[in-house]
Ligand binder design. Structure first.
Ligand code: FES
Length: 160
């Protein structure tokens, strides 16, 4: 057994990644599984981890980042406790969705794709979440909320 005490946080951070890569035998065929494991361990896959993965698997960084951006379940930034998805599909957009998005960006002080400073919410934009008849709609985690207004959104957020 070697001691982790002297290695410091940075080394510890990469030792988890290193273990994952060892587990999958540094094989590029296992890239997707590796990315899943890394995301589970770190909560996201930032550039420094992508670089290490690329080097260890012997593939270009663009291949790693390409796979990450292709699948929506991979993320390069830390995610919040809750995900707010605001619908920007046509029905929602024309019925106040754009205003709602601006309201949320101001209230939470984030851009779409970003997480609030307290780590509570990640704001995302969705295409259509299947509630066009009761637009504008938003989703928080797995629940859809319909006919939203800025006031209703404020009430909703205060419950989290
Ligand atoms: S466009 Fe928003 S739910 Fe369909």
């Amino acid at each position: 057994m070697h001691s982790h005490q002297v290695s410091g946080i940075e080394n510890n951070k990469y030792s988890v990644l290193s273990n994952i890569l060892d587990l999958y035998e540094n094989r590029k065929e296992n890239l997707i599984q590796i990315l899943h494991a890394v995301q589970n361990a770190y909560g996201c896959i930032p550039l420094d981890l992508q670089q290490t993965i690329a080097v260890r698997l012997g593939i270009p960084l663009s291949k790693v980042s390409g796979v990450i951006s292709f699948y929506s379940f991979f993320s390069t930034k830390p995610r919040g406790q809750h995900t707010i998805r605001i619908c920007m599909g046509t029905a929602c957009y024309v019925r106040g969705g754009k205003k709602l998005l601006e309201h949320l960006m101001n209230t939470l002080d984030v851009e779409p794709g970003d997480t609030t400073a307290d780590g509570k919410f990640t704001l995302e934009v969705a295409r259509c979440i299947g509630s066009c008849g009761l637009a504008p709609a938003i989703m928080i985690d797995d629940v859809v909320y319909k006919q939203m207004t800025p006031v209703k959104v404020n009430e909703l957020l205060s419950n989290f």
